[in-house]
Design a binder for this molecule. Structure first.
Ligand SMILES: NC(=O)CC[C@H](N)C(=O)O
Length: 201
């Protein structure tokens, strides 16, 4: 199987950390800002940052619609934190003008775990990742209020859903790109590989 080429939406947020984590998980990783760049990747990571800003820049750069189209067509996507918000079909408390890409039948609450200075780490059991718990880093993180029937809950913290998968879309409230443990990225790379890379389609 060819090495998957995975993009990181590079409009705002912790792009570099995701590029490093993906490369460590045996993918070719590159930043994506424009529709032409989006067309060349087998999968895409939506990083953490500020979901309102990412949403507005995505519209400005003309990638919002192409991104929605590719997600609808089944391109694997993985969103962390603000990226999770971008993948939600519905935001409970959107800022005005805030749009999402959608793809996961879930309702998210922004900043649900508190403000920046209430950031924390927690050991999480993540379904599909055997062995030691995953160290979850939560930074002004959203949680998932509810999921639809098609979405699978992969992890919870304090009774709140913090990781979800629906088909080829994966989302976590936390930031695995910050810990040096690349197992969540490896899970995503496996999803991309299973979906097929451009040369093999
Ligand atoms: N670390 C993060 O990605 C924070 C997300 C931010 N609270 C938002 O609403 O977009």
């Amino acid at each position: 199987m060819n090495t998957p080429v995975i993009g990181v939406l590079a409009l705002q947020g912790d792009v570099r950390e995701h590029l490093i984590a993906l490369a460590a998980a045996d993918a070719v990783a590159r930043p994506v800002r424009r529709p032409e760049e989006l067309a060349e990747v087998d999968g895409l990571v939506l990083p953490g940052g500020e979901s309102t800003t990412i949403s507005k820049l995505a519209v400005l750069f003309g990638v919002m619609e192409p991104l929605r189209a590719r997600v609808r067509a089944g391109m694997p996507v993985y969103g962390t934190c603000a990226g999770m918000i971008m993948l939600a079909d519905k935001i409970l408390d959107p800022r005005s003008g805030q749009e999402t890409v959608g793809g996961i039948d879930m309702i998210v609450r922004r900043n649900a775990f508190g403000r920046q200075n209430e950031s924390f780490e927690a050991a999480l059991d993540v379904r599909g990742i055997p062995g030691d718990p995953v160290e979850g880093v939560f930074i002004r993180a959203p949680w998932v209020e509810s999921v639809g029937a098609a979405a699978e809950v992969l992890a919870e913290h304090d009774g709140h859903i913090v990781a979800v998968r629906q088909g080829n879309a994966l989302a976590t409230s936390f930031h695995p790109e910050l810990t040096g443990d690349h197992r969540v990225h490896a899970l995503f790379v496996d999803m991309v590989r299973a979906n097929g890379t451009a040369e093999s389609l």
